[in-house]
Design a protein around this ligand. Structure first.
Ligand SMILES: O=P(O)(O)OC[C@H]1O[C@H](O[C@H]2O[C@H](CO)[C@@H](O)[C@H](O)[C@H]2O)[C@H](O)[C@@H](O)[C@@H]1O
Length: 268
């Protein structure tokens, strides 16, 4: 089924309970900032999600963030309207169901702990000691925002080799390189959530390379006869999703406005 924005509105208004609305966090629901701990979900976006929460079949946030951090930065817990929300963290390895309050977080792989311990020395040896490390338990992220342009490109190849030595994978993102265990991606989890609720229409919004597997999943679901809409939250940093999107929005402000107008259309 076609993913034109106008057709999406009509399909969702006709069948809200059959609709899964899934969104990425950083760059889509939240503006990108230098310090990942200082990010927060756009107030208008969360207001709109709260309006949509009791009308749509399901709202899910699917993020690379640790699930507990995403809940906190989003202000999702206890928010009226989001009682059935699902947050999938670390690309689907971690989960939180608002309905039960249960959080599922697996134990960190030993390989990630080994790499966390050796990275400060490894970076210093390469003259890159200013790279900031974010330890997410199941993964470690190297942050280069604000540092020398080109540093991230210089680090990509040796870091990929290091990841391979430890059985880890490199997840590139906006001014970041993340090392994590393979086995999860946003496409797998989106498909699982859509299947579990027998979604007839799936909307996914994202901004970065880690969202591409979710774009692939929506394409597969469309090929199987479900409806779908792909939204790119555009930025000057990453345009990989724009060419594949049905709807391009100018970053988190525009995503928040679009969600608000969808809630208006639904009379939510
Ligand atoms: O899947 P997402 O919700 O997009 O999370 C992916 C990574 O996002 C974070 O990094 C990005 O946002 C930071 C805060 O705005 C920014 O400083 C950084 O440059 C961005 O790449 C986060 O820190 C990572 O852990 C997530 O994996």
């Amino acid at each position: 089924m076609s993913g034109s924005p106008a057709a999406a509105r009509s399909a969702v208004v006709a069948d809200p309970s059959g609709t899964l609305l899934a969104l990425d966090f950083d760059g889509t629901l939240a503006h990108v900032v230098d310090d990942p701990e200082l990010a927060f979900a756009h107030t208008h976006a969360v207001d709109a999600l709260a309006r949509l929460g009791s009308t749509l079949g399901r709202i899910a946030v699917i993020t690379g963030r640790p699930v507990r951090q995403a809940i906190e930065l989003g202000g999702f817990a206890g928010r009226p309207g989001l009682e059935r929300m699902l947050v999938c963290g670390q690309y689907g390895a971690e989960r939180w169901e608002a309905e039960t309050g249960e959080v599922e977080v697996p134990d960190p792989p030993p390989a990630v702990r080994e790499v966390v311990a050796l990275l400060p020395g490894w970076l210093a040896e390469r003259g890159a000691g200013e790279v900031r490390l974010e330890d997410k338990g199941l993964a470690v992220v190297l942050h280069t925002r604000g540092l020398e342009p080109g540093l991230i490109d210089e680090l990509t190849e040796p870091l990929t080799a290091l990841a391979g030595e430890h059985g880890l994978t490199v997840e590139p993102g906006r001014q970041v390189l993340e090392l994590r265990a393979p086995g999860h991606d946003k496409g797998q989890v989106l498909q699982e959530v859509a299947d579990a609720m027998s979604a007839r229409y799936v909307i996914f919004a994202g901004d970065d390379l880690g969202d591409l597997p979710a774009f692939d999943a929506v394409d597969r679901m469309r090929a199987d006869g479900r409806g779908g809409l792909l939204i790119a939250s555009a930025s000057a940093e990453q345009d990989a999703l724009v060419a594949r999107a049905d709807l391009v929005l100018d970053g988190p402000d525009a995503v928040a406005a679009w969600l608000g107008s969808l809630a208006d259309d639904l009379g939510a």
